[in-house]
Design a protein around this ligand. Sequence first.
Ligand SMILES: Nc1ncnc2c1ncn2[C@@H]1O[C@H](COP(=O)(O)OP(=O)(O)OP(=O)(O)O)[C@@H](O)[C@H]1O
Ligand SMILES: [Mg+2]
Length: 273
Amino acid sequence: MVAMVDSPADVRPDGAEAPVLLAVQNVSLAFGGVKAISDISFDIREGEIRAIIGPNGAGKTSMLNVINGFYHPQEGTITFQGKVRRRMRPYEAARSGIARTFQNVALFRGMTTLDNIMSGRTLMMRKNFFWQALRLGPALNEEIEHRRRVEEIIDFLEIEHIRKTPVGKLPYGLQKRVELGRALAMEPRLLLLDEPMAGMNLEEKEDMSRFILDVNQQFGTTIALIEHDMGVVMDISDRVVVLDYGKKIGDGPPDVVRANQDVIDAYLGVPHE
Ligand SMILES: Nc1ncnc2c1ncn2[C@@H]1O[C@H](COP(=O)(O)OP(=O)(O)OP(=O)(O)O)[C@@H](O)[C@H]1O
Ligand SMILES: [Mg+2]
């Protein structure tokens, strides 16, 4: 298992708490008669790894979908970087600094690792289509810069050996890593990871835990992480929010949450996948 984080990112060396990067306030979301999220509030502080846990169907993925603009809640607000966010679409959320990975890998299977990660930069391309099409002048310089950043990410994730491999041919664990690479290519302030270790063996989980910690520590990226493996959650997260049937039943540092009787009853000690 990876090492414990000794100094939680939400408490700075001077003892002051880090500022709130994103606040979810009284958010409710229903699909027809199904209440996926009921009046949930929590915040994510700058620089922390914030885990979101709970049994199947608890509303975890729905919550990430609200945060990245895919779903619009019927009630409540999302405040990001101090501003109450208006209704926005996922690409607008991405431009504002929120990137994500998906519970089921969502890559272009016929495209190479390199091109998949490059696709994460598309949103950031500024020069207009005319220049892009001619591959001249400003667009060419911009493309060189994008390629340089993508190569850095490939180095960082130790996937040089598969840069030209179509991702559909890769084992599942590596596909998850490529998907992380594509999200990193957006240079997010807030990275949303939906079960990045689901279906992995122990070694792959350890690798992924290390990359998540490195992203957090080296790039200073704030991370919201949905994960069922409690060992991983206890090891790498600073604070944990627990959902059950769309309600929040626990919120705090991992050791406090682990001792919470409601959380134990609803979730811990029950096998998950
Ligand atoms: N698009 C949708 N349409 C209708 N119901 C939905 C939709 N998305 C989610 N739900 C329902 O909302 C509830 C919460 O689902 P959600 O996927 O957010 O749970 P989860 O905590 O991510 O679960 P899991 O651990 O299985 O991934 C479930 O009852 C689910 O069936
Ligand atoms: Mg889910």
